[in-house]
Design a protein around this ligand. Structure first.
Ligand SMILES: C[S@@+](CC[C@H](N)C(=O)[O-])C[C@H]1O[C@@H](n2cnc3c(N)ncnc32)[C@H](O)[C@@H]1O
Length: 234
């Protein structure tokens, strides 16, 4: 039986995200949807204040409702805004979560909201795919990856990336692809994710072999990814 998820019972994915929010943080949860993450953390006394930002009206109203029903209007400000436009300097935000969106979307939100980042905030990112371009943005903007994890829930592999701005940092192309810390740690969830990915890449290559025309660049790119994954798992 599936659990009913809400501000009291977070999904395992959001529970792992919550574990990376420093105690006493002033959290901005961007793309908050129902506002479950900031409300759960505030109910537990784990954070000092929060902003829940939402660009879409229906989830924005849902977040307002969750905050109101938990009597947390004083501590959590729900804002209808795109990306980091939800944050003001007076909020003195110390941690930003961006979860459940594509890695490219998270990267674009960070890039277009750069002026609103003080550089002191911890970023807790949970991309659904597109991890490589997101890690590239982190590297190019001086963010060091402090912690990474892969977890599987409801037949999806999710990644969590925690980063802080820490001066220049260099990651290799493979580290940007797999995650520098995950490559070292090689957790069972990480290995299983890449075993599945390798099967998918090989299936794609087999389909390409039968197809009449395939863009050469695309075929080369997938072949290179399959090679990297095979080397990783060897
Ligand atoms: C799939 S939900 C994830 C909700 C929650 N963060 C989670 O991880 O369970 C993604 C949410 O991000 C919101 N969103 C997408 N782009 C956004 C943006 N630029 N600014 C604020 N919210 C955004 C969507 O409206 C949606 O409610």
């Amino acid at each position: 039986m599936r659990l009913r998820l809400n501000e009291q019972t977070l999904s395992r994915r959001l529970e792992r995200v919550a574990a990376h929010v420093p105690a006493g943080a002033r959290l901005a949860d961007i793309g908050s949807d129902h506002g479950y993450l900031p409300v759960a953390l505030m109910r537990r006394g784990a954070i000092a204040a929060a902003v829940a930002g939402e660009v879409a009206l229906t989830p924005f109203r849902a977040a307002q409702r969750t905050v109101r029903e938990n009597d947390l209007d004083e501590q959590i400000s729900v804002r209808h805004a795109s990306g980091l436009a939800a944050i003001e300097p007076d909020d003195r935000i110390t941690a930003i979560s961006l979860c459940g969106m594509g890695g490219e979307t998270i990267r674009d939100i960070l890039e277009s909201g750069k002026a609103r980042l003080s550089g002191e905030e911890r970023l807790i990112l949970q991309p659904n795919g597109g991890e490589q371009p997101l890690r590239l943005w982190l590297m190019e903007n001086g963010y060091r990856i402090l912690c990474e994890e892969v977890l599987r829930e409801n037949r999806f592999d999710y990644e969590i990336i925690v980063a802080e701005r820490d001066g220049p940092v260099m990651y290799s192309a493979e580290e940007l692809y797999f995650g520098p810390l995950q490559m070292q740690a090689r957790s069972p969830a990480f290995v299983q994710k890449w075993q599945r990915m390798l099967r998918l890449k090989r299936q794609t290559l087999a389909q390409f072999a039968k197809a009449r025309t395939v863009p050469e660049d695309k075929a080369k790119d997938i072949a290179r990814q399959a090679e990297w994954i095979s080397e990783l798992l060897a």
